[in-house]
Design a protein around this ligand. Structure first.
Ligand code: ARG
Length: 594
């Protein structure tokens, strides 16, 4: 189904043509003076020079042609040459009805459906998830859902950090606590125990302790590096212990991501490409891409047009150890081989931008990636506290995701209990669901690349541009619909009929709501194209506002005329469906009551 602005521009183009002007002048946009008109066209201004006529004369001729139009109930030429337009309510209702009938509310499939890999989440094994990872998970999940809804084939990969020095640190930490474990006995030949020698909470203590110690104690750090080396080179006991670390940690990650409705198709990690590295290194050397510089193997990635120096991409350190770069390049190689994606998008902290620039350039230059596969860096900003500095706990520590979710739930629970009659059990369940909307919407409603302030009080408010406000609106619609059914109404087979044309500058609340609704199939492609969930949020907020205004202005169940009442109910159903679809694209859902 065509976008509304396209339909309107076509109609306007015909009028320009009929008056003897170029149809391309008939581009219609939403009015920037909603107090004067709903839509506008500035084509007469643009055509004035070309046709050597005053713009107002052209506008008047075009307006003339639009008298009696079934699309515009008003087309008025105003000085110095604008066309002020109002939509016919009949026509708008027709478009909204078509939107109800069409799959995906009339969203057109993209010209080319792409296979897209989204690399997001990026959690590090054995380290607790902290708020830095929340953004990657929340934004990546939403981009994945949006692209999928558009019709693309999308694969989400968590790309775990499971292979670097942090693994050596954890292993060293375990060894320090339990030196007699069989994993450290290099003479041991038998099977290793199936049970992990630690729990997730022990694991979470081990890493920070080991990391802190390695910073003070060079000997300890050397041991950790040695352990990393042994692990990467296949020492049996180390591999077996690492597997335990991975399993315990991934189970916990799945639980945490699950509580945020974040799901991955692939649980791959840096370790998965380890075996590809020697082949890749040989390829880079044989083709003359990589050379030795101070003992390290590097690939040049600078370009003549660079304003500042972009350092070479390091493939192997002088001791032969691989780096973050190495696994990322090998991962690109694997993804190309296994999936042949049209696009790989990385949802990562924007502080890693230069790093990804190096990796992308290196992959291109060395032809690890097909020329028509796009590599995209979707960098996000920092989540700050009220003080404008990176978000911390009250005592200044790193806030863990689990605790953040817990705190938001508690705040939500408090607010829900305040004003509502609900059993404790129900209030708890609802608070959990609404808290997810508060967190996610609070994040997603900001342009991803910007920093934002985490403000629990604002995010959990039922008023304003917040997740709970959107959910509240949905719940309000649901409860009206339930009441309608209780009163014997049926939700099937309803048709949407025209609201009244309210005349100049007086768009009725019902028309205004329909005007928001029919934007859906224009809004979503833009959000997908720009990887911009905040556009879905902005749309949701406008739509929820338009609905609530309509709700206050309109008698719905009290409407006496039954055809009219049914039409209002049909409009409610459409609004609910669009709102629910949009929140699903953001990765949360609405309760029945709240
Ligand atoms: N584990 C990394 C971190 O915590 C993020 C991984 C991002 N993805 C990637 N392909 N490098 O910083």
């Amino acid at each position: 189904m065509k976008k509304l602005l396209e339909l309107l521009s076509e109609e306007m183009g015909k009028a320009f043509e009929a008056a003897g002007y170029n149809a391309a002048l008939g581009r219609v946009t939403r009015s920037n003076r909603p107090d004067l008109c709903e839509y506008q066209c500035n084509g007469a201004m643009a055509g004035a020079k070309q046709y050597g006529k005053p713009p107002i004369a052209i506008a008047a001729e075009v307006a003339e042609r639009l008298q009696g139009s079934s699309v515009f109930c008003r087309a008025q030429a105003v000085a110095p040459g604008f066309l002020n337009l109002d939509l016919s309510a009949q026509y708008l209702a027709q478009v909204a009805s078509e939107m109800r009938r069409e799959p995906k509310f009339g969203l057109e499939p993209p010209e080319k459906t792409k296979k897209i890999i989204i690399d997001y989440g990026g959690a590090n094994v054995a380290k607790p998830l902290h708020v830095g990872h929340i953004r990657s998970a929340v934004i990546g999940e939403s981009i994945k859902r949006i692209d999928r809804y558009m019709g693309h084939e999308v694969i989400g990969d968590v790309h775990l950090g499971d292979w670097g020095l942090q693994m050596g640190l954890v292993i060293t930490g375990v060894q320090e606590r339990q030196p007699d474990l069989v994993y450290f006995d290099e003479a041991y030949q038998g099977e290793y125990p199936a049970e992990a020698p630690f729990t997730i909470s022990e694991l979470e203590e081990i890493y920070p302790a080991a990391s802190a110690k390695s910073k003070e104690d060079p000997e300890y750090k050397a041991r950790a590096m040695e352990a990393t080396f042994k692990l990467q080179n296949g020492v049996r006991g180390y591999r077996a212990l690492w597997k335990h670390i991975l399993n315990v940690s991934v189970a916990d990650l799945k639980k945490n991501y699950g509580s945020l409705n974040v799901e991955f198709d692939l649980w791959k990690g840096e370790s998965d490409v380890h075996d590809r590295i020697p082949g890749m290194v040989a390829y880079l050397k044989e083709n003359g891409y990589a050379y030795l510089s101070d003992g390290a193997l590097v690939v040049d990635v600078k370009e003549e047009t660079d304003a500042k120096e972009i350092p070479p991409c390091m493939i192997l350190k002088s001791d032969g150890a691989s780096l973050y770069n190495t696994t990322d390049l090998a991962t690109i190689m694997e993804r190309m081989e296994v999936y042949h994606p049209d696009e790989i998008a990385y949802v990562v902290d924007k502080r890693q931008e230069l790093y990804f620039e190096q990796v992308f350039r290196c992959a291109r230059r060395t032809k690890l990636v097909e020329p028509d596969t796009e590599l995209k860096f979707l960098g996000f900003g920092t989540m700050n506290g009220a003080d404008g500095k990176p978000f911390k706990t009250r005592d200044g520590g790193v806030m863990r995701l689990e605790n953040l979710i817990q705190e938001t739930k508690e705040e939500m629970y408090r607010k829900i209990r305040e004003g509502r009659q609900m059993s404790e059990e129900e209030a708890l369940a609802v608070a959990g669901q609404v808290a997810v909307s508060a967190l996610k919407y609070g994040d997603l409603s900001n342009q991803a690349s910007k920093d934002y302030v985490f403000d629990i009080d604002r995010f959990t408010s039922f008023e304003g541009d917040t997740g709970p406000y959107i959910l509240y609106t949905i719940v309000r619609i649901k409860s009206i619909l339930n009441k309608y059914v209780e009163q014997g109404g049926r939700l099937e087979g309803l048709s949407l009929q025209a609201a009244e044309d309210a005349g100049q500058g007086g768009t009725s609340a019902e028309k205004a709501l329909e005007m928001e609704l029919v934007q859906f199939n224009a809004m979503l492609p833009a959000a997908a194209e720009e990887a911009a969930p905040h556009k879905v949020c902005a749309y949701l907020y406008d739509l929820a506002n338009a609905f609530n205004h309509f709700y206050h202005e309109t008698k719905i169940l009290g409407e006496e005329d039954s055809a009219r009442r049914e039409s209002l109910v049909a409009l409610l159903i459409l609004t609910r469906d669009v709102l629910e679809t949009c929140i699903d694209l953001l990765g949360f859902s609405a309760p029945e009551k709240m």
